[in-house]
Design a protein around this ligand. Structure first.
Ligand code: ATP
Ligand code: MG
Length: 223
């Protein structure tokens, strides 16, 4: 059975009096442990789709179901509570907390998800080890390179051990070495059973996924 189901989803944004369609009848499903890339031209709806699957926003029409939860019918606070336990998100433009160290950034989602205090630090250090940053746990984001920051963001997204990992352009702005490191971390997460869905403009990176979904003008044209 599919773990993520997107069912005839429509979404528009209002810009003043103009209605800008972003998704126009998208239906997709993803299995547990699937490693999928979403590609398509700029403005084709990739980020919008990631946001709706994450429950950061709701569709105008259609449904988003993750596991046995209909995310699209929940109110904002219920979605936020659900998200803390079920979704790890990595954004293109880093959202690390600048005044917290790498370690503290990774611990934060565990606090929110109710991981017992005694376990947080060790688990965060393990995750920083997983992304190759065991020696830099005490650094602030500004004291890390872009690639290192992106790896902290992945460790943070995995911190609450969510079954779903979503990443919007996780390899943009990275050099080739860090780009492939990020891809292999995402793949490793899917090997551990997480459903991993990411967007990219980089076709080489997309080819590394098990499946490529192509959007064009708010519709699925492939995958
Ligand atoms: N907050 C917003 N307000 C108004 N329009 C928006 C907003 N977010 C996205 N859009 C519009 O919705 C459409 C889809 O945007 P979206 O960000 O999902 O595309 P994308 O495929 O992620 O593009 P990119 O590759 O440039 O990141 C575009 O036409 C965009 O202009
Ligand atoms: Mg985008």
């Amino acid at each position: 059975m599919s773990f993520v189901v997107v069912e005839d989803v429509w979404k528009s944004y209002k810009v003043g009096r103009v209605v800008q369609p972003a998704l126009r009848g998208v239906s997709l499903s993803f299995d547990r442990g699937e490693f999928a890339a979403i590609v398509g031209p700029s403005g084709s709806g990739k980020s919008t789709l990631i946001h709706l699957i994450a429950g950061l926003d709701v569709p105008d029409k259609g449904r988003v179901i993750v596991g046995d939860v209909e995310v699209s019918s929940m109110g904002e606070s219920a979605r936020a509570a659900w998200r803390r336990r079920n979704v790890g998100i990595v954004f293109q433009f880093l959202h690390l907390v600048p005044v917290l160290t790498a370690l503290e950034n990774v611990v934060l989602p565990m606090e929110l998800a109710g991981v017992p205090r005694g376990e947080r630090r060790k688990h965060a250090l393990d995750l920083l080890g997983f992304v190759g940053l065991e020696g830099k746990a005490g650094r602030l984001p500004a004291e890390l390179s872009g690639g290192e920051q992106q790896r902290v963001a992945i460790a943070r997204a995995l911190a609450a051990d969510p079954p779903l990992l979503l990443a919007d352009e996780p390899t943009a702005n990275l050099d080739s070495e860090n780009k492939w490191r990020v891809v292999s971390l995402l793949r490793e997460a899917s090997r551990k059973g997480k459903t991993v869905i990411f967007t990219t403009h980089d076709l080489e990176v997309a080819e590394a996924a098990d499946r490529i979904v192509r959007l064009s003008d708010g519709r699925v044209v492939e995958g």
